[in-house]
Design a protein around this ligand. Structure first.
Ligand SMILES: [Zn+2]
Ligand SMILES: [Zn+2]
Length: 259
Protein backbone atom coordinates (compact mmCIF):
# COMPACT_ATOMS: atom_id res chain seq x y z
CA UNK A 1 0.00 0.00 0.00
CA UNK A 2 2.52 2.59 1.06
CA UNK A 3 6.12 3.52 0.55
CA UNK A 4 8.58 3.39 3.39
CA UNK A 5 8.18 7.15 3.53
CA UNK A 6 4.67 7.97 2.35
CA UNK A 7 4.18 11.48 1.09
CA UNK A 8 0.99 13.40 0.85
CA UNK A 9 -0.44 13.35 -2.63
CA UNK A 10 -1.83 15.98 -4.92
CA UNK A 11 -2.72 16.27 -8.58
CA UNK A 12 0.42 16.02 -10.70
CA UNK A 13 -0.29 17.38 -14.14
CA UNK A 14 2.16 15.91 -16.60
CA UNK A 15 1.79 18.27 -19.52
CA UNK A 16 5.56 18.62 -19.75
CA UNK A 17 5.91 14.99 -20.76
CA UNK A 18 3.51 15.31 -23.66
CA UNK A 19 4.77 18.74 -24.68
CA UNK A 20 8.21 17.24 -25.38
CA UNK A 21 6.70 14.22 -27.06
CA UNK A 22 4.63 14.01 -30.21
CA UNK A 23 2.60 11.16 -28.69
CA UNK A 24 -1.17 11.32 -28.97
CA UNK A 25 -1.38 10.15 -25.37
CA UNK A 26 -2.43 12.40 -22.53
CA UNK A 27 -2.18 11.54 -18.86
CA UNK A 28 -3.49 12.84 -15.55
CA UNK A 29 -2.96 11.45 -12.08
CA UNK A 30 -5.98 11.26 -9.80
CA UNK A 31 -5.16 10.63 -6.14
CA UNK A 32 -7.79 8.31 -4.64
CA UNK A 33 -8.63 6.92 -1.18
CA UNK A 34 -7.34 8.40 2.11
CA UNK A 35 -3.98 6.79 1.15
CA UNK A 36 -3.78 9.19 -1.83
CA UNK A 37 -3.06 6.44 -4.30
CA UNK A 38 -2.15 7.74 -7.77
CA UNK A 39 -4.76 6.42 -10.18
CA UNK A 40 -3.50 7.17 -13.71
CA UNK A 41 -5.90 8.27 -16.43
CA UNK A 42 -4.34 7.82 -19.89
CA UNK A 43 -6.09 8.72 -23.10
CA UNK A 44 -5.68 9.16 -26.82
CA UNK A 45 -6.38 12.83 -27.53
CA UNK A 46 -7.65 12.04 -31.04
CA UNK A 47 -10.18 9.34 -30.20
CA UNK A 48 -10.83 10.21 -26.50
CA UNK A 49 -10.42 6.52 -25.68
CA UNK A 50 -9.03 6.05 -22.17
CA UNK A 51 -7.30 3.57 -19.87
CA UNK A 52 -7.23 3.70 -16.08
CA UNK A 53 -4.38 2.20 -14.08
CA UNK A 54 -5.15 1.31 -10.44
CA UNK A 55 -8.67 2.63 -9.80
CA UNK A 56 -8.31 2.15 -6.05
CA UNK A 57 -11.38 4.01 -4.83
CA UNK A 58 -13.52 7.14 -5.09
CA UNK A 59 -15.51 5.79 -8.01
CA UNK A 60 -17.51 9.01 -8.40
CA UNK A 61 -14.29 11.03 -8.76
CA UNK A 62 -13.05 8.61 -11.43
CA UNK A 63 -16.32 8.72 -13.37
CA UNK A 64 -16.28 12.52 -13.01
CA UNK A 65 -12.77 12.69 -14.52
CA UNK A 66 -13.87 10.67 -17.56
CA UNK A 67 -16.81 13.00 -17.97
CA UNK A 68 -14.69 16.13 -17.46
CA UNK A 69 -12.27 15.22 -20.26
CA UNK A 70 -15.02 13.78 -22.48
CA UNK A 71 -13.50 10.28 -22.49
CA UNK A 72 -14.77 6.77 -23.11
CA UNK A 73 -13.11 4.19 -20.88
CA UNK A 74 -11.70 1.25 -22.86
CA UNK A 75 -9.18 -0.35 -20.49
CA UNK A 76 -8.83 -1.06 -16.75
CA UNK A 77 -5.36 -2.19 -15.67
CA UNK A 78 -4.20 -3.19 -12.16
CA UNK A 79 -0.57 -3.27 -10.96
CA UNK A 80 -1.26 -5.29 -7.79
CA UNK A 81 -3.94 -6.52 -5.43
CA UNK A 82 -3.83 -4.01 -2.56
CA UNK A 83 -7.15 -2.37 -1.83
CA UNK A 84 -5.95 1.20 -2.43
CA UNK A 85 -5.08 0.17 -6.01
CA UNK A 86 -7.89 -2.25 -6.83
CA UNK A 87 -10.79 -1.19 -4.57
CA UNK A 88 -12.94 0.54 -7.22
CA UNK A 89 -12.12 -1.80 -10.12
CA UNK A 90 -15.28 -3.90 -9.70
CA UNK A 91 -17.49 -0.78 -9.60
CA UNK A 92 -15.71 0.70 -12.61
CA UNK A 93 -16.21 -2.52 -14.58
CA UNK A 94 -19.90 -2.57 -13.67
CA UNK A 95 -20.45 1.04 -14.67
CA UNK A 96 -18.48 0.94 -17.93
CA UNK A 97 -18.57 -2.69 -19.06
CA UNK A 98 -14.78 -2.62 -19.48
CA UNK A 99 -12.74 -5.73 -18.63
CA UNK A 100 -10.12 -5.69 -15.86
CA UNK A 101 -6.62 -6.80 -16.91
CA UNK A 102 -3.96 -7.51 -14.28
CA UNK A 103 -2.33 -8.01 -11.95
CA UNK A 104 -0.46 -11.36 -12.11
CA UNK A 105 -2.51 -14.30 -10.77
CA UNK A 106 -0.26 -14.51 -7.67
CA UNK A 107 -2.12 -11.47 -6.30
CA UNK A 108 -5.62 -12.99 -6.46
CA UNK A 109 -5.45 -13.76 -2.71
CA UNK A 110 -5.12 -10.01 -2.09
CA UNK A 111 -7.95 -9.17 -4.49
CA UNK A 112 -10.05 -11.51 -2.33
CA UNK A 113 -9.10 -9.47 0.77
CA UNK A 114 -9.94 -5.97 -0.49
CA UNK A 115 -13.03 -5.63 1.71
CA UNK A 116 -11.39 -7.11 4.80
CA UNK A 117 -8.22 -5.01 4.59
CA UNK A 118 -10.21 -1.88 3.75
CA UNK A 119 -12.08 -2.30 7.00
CA UNK A 120 -8.75 -2.45 8.87
CA UNK A 121 -7.70 0.90 7.43
CA UNK A 122 -11.15 2.41 7.90
CA UNK A 123 -11.59 2.66 4.13
CA UNK A 124 -15.06 1.70 3.04
CA UNK A 125 -16.46 1.08 -0.41
CA UNK A 126 -13.69 -1.14 -1.80
CA UNK A 127 -14.84 -4.46 -3.27
CA UNK A 128 -13.19 -7.82 -3.82
CA UNK A 129 -12.57 -8.43 -7.48
CA UNK A 130 -11.50 -11.11 -9.95
CA UNK A 131 -9.84 -9.77 -13.11
CA UNK A 132 -10.96 -10.87 -16.58
CA UNK A 133 -7.34 -11.52 -17.48
CA UNK A 134 -4.20 -12.05 -15.40
CA UNK A 135 -0.96 -10.57 -16.69
CA UNK A 136 2.37 -12.32 -17.18
CA UNK A 137 5.93 -11.18 -17.81
CA UNK A 138 6.24 -10.02 -21.42
CA UNK A 139 2.52 -9.57 -22.04
CA UNK A 140 1.39 -6.68 -24.20
CA UNK A 141 -1.50 -4.33 -23.49
CA UNK A 142 -2.82 -1.77 -25.92
CA UNK A 143 -4.97 1.30 -26.15
CA UNK A 144 -6.01 2.22 -29.70
CA UNK A 145 -3.12 0.14 -30.99
CA UNK A 146 -0.61 1.98 -28.77
CA UNK A 147 1.42 -0.69 -27.06
CA UNK A 148 2.15 -1.06 -23.34
CA UNK A 149 4.63 -3.63 -22.05
CA UNK A 150 4.30 -5.69 -18.87
CA UNK A 151 6.98 -6.94 -16.49
CA UNK A 152 6.35 -9.12 -13.44
CA UNK A 153 7.89 -7.42 -10.40
CA UNK A 154 7.30 -9.41 -7.18
CA UNK A 155 8.58 -8.28 -3.77
CA UNK A 156 5.99 -5.81 -2.47
CA UNK A 157 3.34 -8.36 -3.42
CA UNK A 158 3.96 -11.67 -5.26
CA UNK A 159 1.76 -10.80 -8.23
CA UNK A 160 2.82 -7.18 -8.78
CA UNK A 161 3.30 -6.04 -12.38
CA UNK A 162 4.69 -2.85 -13.89
CA UNK A 163 3.08 -1.47 -17.05
CA UNK A 164 5.19 0.75 -19.32
CA UNK A 165 4.87 2.64 -22.56
CA UNK A 166 7.86 3.57 -24.69
CA UNK A 167 5.86 6.15 -26.67
CA UNK A 168 5.57 8.44 -23.64
CA UNK A 169 8.62 6.79 -22.05
CA UNK A 170 6.69 6.25 -18.84
CA UNK A 171 6.13 3.36 -16.44
CA UNK A 172 3.29 2.77 -13.98
CA UNK A 173 5.15 1.08 -11.16
CA UNK A 174 2.51 0.76 -8.42
CA UNK A 175 4.22 0.24 -5.06
CA UNK A 176 7.50 -1.19 -6.38
CA UNK A 177 9.45 2.08 -6.50
CA UNK A 178 8.87 5.63 -5.28
CA UNK A 179 10.69 8.93 -5.63
CA UNK A 180 13.36 8.44 -2.97
CA UNK A 181 12.00 5.15 -1.61
CA UNK A 182 10.89 1.62 -2.41
CA UNK A 183 7.80 -0.42 -1.58
CA UNK A 184 7.16 -1.92 1.82
CA UNK A 185 7.97 -5.60 2.15
CA UNK A 186 6.73 -6.18 5.70
CA UNK A 187 3.32 -7.37 4.50
CA UNK A 188 2.55 -11.09 4.28
CA UNK A 189 4.39 -12.60 1.30
CA UNK A 190 6.54 -9.48 0.88
CA UNK A 191 10.23 -10.09 0.14
CA UNK A 192 12.86 -7.35 0.31
CA UNK A 193 15.57 -9.00 -1.81
CA UNK A 194 12.99 -10.00 -4.42
CA UNK A 195 11.85 -6.37 -4.59
CA UNK A 196 15.43 -5.13 -5.10
CA UNK A 197 15.92 -7.73 -7.84
CA UNK A 198 12.66 -6.69 -9.52
CA UNK A 199 13.84 -3.07 -9.60
CA UNK A 200 17.34 -3.70 -10.93
CA UNK A 201 16.49 -6.54 -13.33
CA UNK A 202 13.10 -5.43 -14.66
CA UNK A 203 12.97 -1.63 -14.32
CA UNK A 204 16.51 -0.35 -14.83
CA UNK A 205 16.86 -2.03 -18.26
CA UNK A 206 13.96 0.15 -19.47
CA UNK A 207 16.40 3.07 -19.48
CA UNK A 208 17.52 6.02 -17.35
CA UNK A 209 15.23 8.40 -19.22
CA UNK A 210 12.05 6.52 -18.38
CA UNK A 211 9.72 8.52 -16.12
CA UNK A 212 7.57 6.64 -13.64
CA UNK A 213 4.31 7.11 -11.80
CA UNK A 214 4.50 5.52 -8.36
CA UNK A 215 1.46 4.42 -6.38
CA UNK A 216 1.92 7.32 -3.98
CA UNK A 217 3.68 10.68 -4.03
CA UNK A 218 5.51 12.50 -6.82
CA UNK A 219 6.76 11.12 -10.12
CA UNK A 220 10.46 10.67 -10.93
CA UNK A 221 12.79 9.04 -13.47
CA UNK A 222 14.66 5.76 -13.21
CA UNK A 223 17.95 7.57 -13.87
CA UNK A 224 17.34 9.91 -10.92
CA UNK A 225 16.63 7.01 -8.56
CA UNK A 226 19.74 5.16 -9.74
CA UNK A 227 21.75 8.14 -8.51
CA UNK A 228 19.97 9.27 -5.36
CA UNK A 229 17.52 6.62 -4.07
CA UNK A 230 18.74 5.53 -0.60
CA UNK A 231 17.59 1.94 -1.23
CA UNK A 232 18.40 1.25 -4.88
CA UNK A 233 21.04 3.74 -6.08
CA UNK A 234 23.68 2.00 -8.20
CA UNK A 235 26.35 2.55 -5.51
CA UNK A 236 24.18 0.51 -3.10
CA UNK A 237 22.94 -2.28 -5.38
CA UNK A 238 26.18 -2.54 -7.36
CA UNK A 239 24.11 -2.40 -10.54
CA UNK A 240 26.44 -1.95 -13.46
CA UNK A 241 24.11 -1.99 -16.41
CA UNK A 242 24.70 1.60 -17.49
CA UNK A 243 26.65 0.72 -20.62
CA UNK A 244 24.48 -2.23 -21.47
CA UNK A 245 21.18 -0.60 -20.86
CA UNK A 246 20.58 1.07 -24.21
CA UNK A 247 21.20 -2.26 -25.91
CA UNK A 248 18.87 -3.93 -23.45
CA UNK A 249 16.14 -1.39 -24.07
CA UNK A 250 16.42 -1.83 -27.81
CA UNK A 251 16.44 -5.58 -27.46
CA UNK A 252 13.33 -5.34 -25.31
CA UNK A 253 11.55 -3.24 -27.93
CA UNK A 254 12.56 -5.59 -30.74
CA UNK A 255 11.35 -8.60 -28.80
CA UNK A 256 7.81 -7.21 -28.53
CA UNK A 257 5.22 -8.13 -31.09
CA UNK A 258 1.91 -6.42 -31.49
CA UNK A 259 -0.78 -9.04 -32.04
ZN1 LIG B 1 -0.39 1.57 -2.46
ZN1 LIG C 1 0.61 -1.91 -2.28
Amino acid sequence: MLANTPQSGQMYPMNDTTAENPSKLQIRLIPVTPLQQNCSLIWNEETKHAAMVDPGGDIDTLMGALDHFGLTLKRIWLTHGHMDHAGAAADLRERTGVEIHGPHKDDQWLLDLVEESGAKYGITGGRNVTPDRYLEEGDTLELDGIEFGVVHTPGHTPGHVVIYNTDLNIAFVGDVLFAGSIGRTDFPRGNHQQLLDSITRKLWPLGVEMAFVPGHGPTSKFGVERVSNPFVADRITGYAGAQKQQADATEQKLSKRYT
